[in-house]
Every structure is written in structure tokens, then in C-alpha cells.
Design a protein around this ligand. Sequence first.
Ligand SMILES: Nc1nc2c(c(=O)[nH]1)N[C@H]1C(S)=C(S)[C@@H](COP(=O)(O)O)O[C@H]1N2
Ligand SMILES: [Mo]
Length: 411
Amino acid sequence: MTTATPATNLPRRRLLAGSASALAAAGLAGMHGGALAQSAAAPAATPAGKPLPGYASWKNADAVTVHSATTIETKRSAFGTSVITPTDQLYVRNNLPTPPESIVADRDAWKVQVEGVKQPRALSVAELKTLGLDTITMVLQCSGNGRGFFPSKPSGTAWTVGAAGCVVWSGVPVRDVVAALGGVADGMPYMTGTGGEVLPEGIDPKTVVVERSVPVAAMQDALLAWEMNGEPIPLAHGGPLRLIVPGFTGVNNIKYIKRLAFTPQESEARIMAHGYRISPPGVKADPSQPSVQEMDVKSWINSPLPEDGTQAAGLVQINGVAFGGMHAVKGVEVSTDGGKTWQPARLIGPDMGKYAWRQFVLSTRLPKGTHTLASRATNTNGATQPQERLENRSGYNNNSWADHAVTVTVA
Ligand SMILES: Nc1nc2c(c(=O)[nH]1)N[C@H]1C(S)=C(S)[C@@H](COP(=O)(O)O)O[C@H]1N2
Ligand SMILES: [Mo]
């Protein structure tokens, strides 16, 4: 399904020693150098941009844009038409320095503490593998994907479309783990996952820990996953064990998960209480504002693109990807006149379930001139991509079709 071979690349990379310059390049030397030093390898250079950080040095440098050592974006032109995003092209977003490679040395030994169930205890990955198995294809998308289109230039990475990918995950269904531990304890409306990063000392853990709560109902489709796209999950993507919550934005998919708890309240971590809130422009985030959680219906065109250069007049296959958030994609329309008129596109390729993205194509003729191409998806729940983004302080949830339109020149 993918040609990516990160798992086989990693051991070679592990031999490379970290260096002060790699840390400096990562911009994290002062903050958390110890953990990063263990994972830093000789950086590979991207054609024009920042070097790939050591923990992700095996990424395909031609297919990504490195914004920083903790933010790497897939190029719009690199998504291809094979549905699945190859692991070496998938975006990376880390809120903290990556844990050391040593945590993936003995993957089966990694433990997750399960709490808020009738019989709470720690389970190793080896034990989890005996409890159940399922495979799910899911769009992983950062809440801030599309932030780069906000004219207000919110702080944070100016992602365009590439903080997203469609990934196959395998692991044990959370509901199977819960059943093995006697069921969820009474009065626990939330499922809370905690990341396994070692936190910097001398700081209140709540201010930095990656800990997120989702409604307990999300457990039904959730996995504790150890494999992605046919390989053990690389450290960069949360190996040895990652919580997968289909339909929910990237941040809820906790990497290197060390604790899974059913809780009476949402986490009080800053990333939950203040981060990822839809705050009106100019208003500070607070827990009373809506949390960015479930994804919305969205699509975008991946070909042709302005960066492909001038197109030859005549037949063209306008294609891209569409996903429905919590519901399957029902259909996609494409416009070649900036949204004045729309034509139904054809869904192509395998349907990998409601949480995956679908590919679409419109086969049409483009005459000489300048054409603004747009796509607009509708899901099976009747939601259609809006023309305009919902303005918000931090640039979350941009699914505006107008923002994702591309203008190409045909000669
Ligand atoms: N433990 C942990 N989990 C995490 C994060 C993190 O920093 N630490 N970042 C989150 C965010 S904001 C996103 S968008 C996704 C990114 O997943 P990826 O790096 O595998 O693409 O992971 C989420 N899970
Ligand atoms: Mo994110």
C-alpha cells in the first residue's frame, strides 16, 4: 500500500549521533536538549528550506516543507492519487520535543496505564496484542490545517493543506481493552489520553503535558494502535503506541500514549482548557469557548496546481481529496469559474470507510485563459463545505472552499 520504509531506515539513523548544531537548528537546545539529543541525527537538507530534524530525517525531503523542527508539512503536489499518504510524506506536528529513540527499541514492553475502569492496571503492548485487533483508515488532520489562508495571520504554523494525511492504523479497539478490565467505571463521561513525553523540570506539568479528553462515546471507534501503513508506528508518529480517535482532529490522537483514563471531567491541562478553543478574533482562549474536536466536511484540489506551471489547453483531470469528518463523503462538486457554477465530480479509487478520504476527479476541457478551480464536498449527514472560513483567533477548522481554490493558467 505504501513504498515508505521508515522502520528499516530508523536503525541506520539511530547510529548517527546527535550534535549541538542539530539542537541549535531545532531551536530547542535550551529547552529540552536531553531528550532531543538522543533522537537527533545528521539533518538532511530539503531543497530550499530548513533541514529535516533527526527524528524525522527519513522523511522524503522533496515531498515536504519543513517549517520547524516540530512542524513538517506535506506538499500539496505530493499527495498523489493512491488514497493513502506514504509515511515518509506524512506531516509531523509536535508540541514538545520527541522522546528518545530508546522508547521504540523494545516496542512490546511499552506500557499504558488504564484508569477509570472497574479493574485499572498497566498493560504492555504485548498484552494489548492479545486482547483484540482491528484496522481502520483515517484522515489525520491538525486543527490548524488551512491556518495559512487566514488573512488575520493567526500565530502558529501557517499550514495550507498539508497538515493532513490518510493513514491505515492497526491496533486493539479501546472497547476491547475496556471490556477486559471490567468496563468503564460509573460516572466517567470522558476518555482522556496522556502523551509519554518526559516533561521539562521546574515547570507545572499541566502547562506543557499533551493530554486531551474526548467524549466517552468516541471510544466505540477508537484504537490503541501499534502499526501504521503496514509498519510499526515510527517514533515521529507516536510509536510504540498511539491513541487513534477517528473523526477527531490531530491533537486528540495521542502519541506514545502512557495513560488512558476514563474521567469525570475534561483534562485541566492547558492544551485542553485553553488550547484548541474556537475563540472570537482578538479574544483570549478560555474553557467556556467551544473545543476543537470533531472534524468538518472538507476537500481540496491537488492537481492541477499553479506550481505545476502553465497547462496545455484541452482535456484535464481535475482531482483531489474529500473527507466528511464524522460522516462519509456523499459527493463532491467542482467549479472551474471560481464558484459561479458547479459540476458533480466522480468519486474514484477504493472506499476505505467513513473516516478515510475519497479521491475525486472531474474530467473537463479548459480553454486558454486563467481559471479558478474549486471543490466543495458534502457528507452523508447533509453538511456541505462553506464558502467562507469561520473567523477565529487561532485559525482552526478552516474548511472554506474559497480559501482552498487554486488559480491555474492555460495557454
Ligand atoms: N504525545 C503527543 N501526541 C500528539 C502531539 C504531541 O505533541 N504529543 N501532537 C498532536 C497534534 S497537535 C497533532 S496535529 C498530531 C500530529 O500527528 P503526526 O505528527 O503523527 O502527524 O499529533 C497529536 N498528538
Ligand atoms: Mo495539531
